[in-house]
Design a protein. Sequence first.
Length: 309
Amino acid sequence: MFVLTIAFLFILFILYKLMLIVPMREVHVIERLGKFRTVLAPGFHFLVPFVDRVAYRHDTREEVLDVPPQSCISKDNTQLEVDGLVYLKVMDGKLASYGIENYRRAAVNLAQTTMRSEIGKLTLSQTFSERDSLNESIVREIDKASDPWGIKVLRYEIKNITPSRHVIHTLEKQMEAERSKRAEITLANAEKAAMINMSQGERQEAINLSEGQKQRRINEAIGTGQEISIVANAKAEGMEMICKALAINGGNDAMNMLLKEQFIGQVGKILTEAQVSVVPAEMAKLEGFFEGMEQVTHAVSSPSAKGAR
């Protein structure tokens, strides 16, 4: 019974060594008597017991490797501390097994040296603004160097770019100076705009005042012209009416009476308002003056009346 048990266990061990199941996400490198034989894809396979063995197992999924922080010097001699992530994938199990001892460690070290070299080509500001192009350059260089290793570098991502404390302090001062500069520029532009608006407002005010004065003078001139025209027409109508009144019977007598009344009124006004006593020389002969005026007026108007007849 013991012998049968030992035989059964031995058969199971032989079957275990004979059969191999490769998972979907892996490839297995098979060696026969210490020499590479083949790379087994995912699935069920048979091996020669005690002759074939699985030497290496590789994950065919995309792997993410952390690149530790390292000190770099930029083109403008600024010290930076940079870290990142490398994304790679095993493309050839044989090369990944025999092309290099440890492709993961080699990829990380190559990423560090390449990153240090690429950052040395850029200034501090460019390392922040041109991060995408920096990642592409690092991927291109790493992929070119890792081609004999049977792996494919898919992409590289920079996680952090940390300047030294002295550089950070300098950048803070620079940003503060830049903000002060922008504030002064904004205030200067505001004052300039205010002065321009004020000058434009004063100019428009002067234009409006001059336009108003011009219109006022035009209106006054038009009013004065209309006033003169009305007065002239009124005087012409008055003179015409006087001429018509003198042409009828009794017109001269009425004119004489009107002139006498006006004369008496003007003399009374002068005597009332004058500071000194004003007495016409003819006051003593006022009655004779009026009679003489009546005779003169009658003599002047009589020939015209006769001629008219």
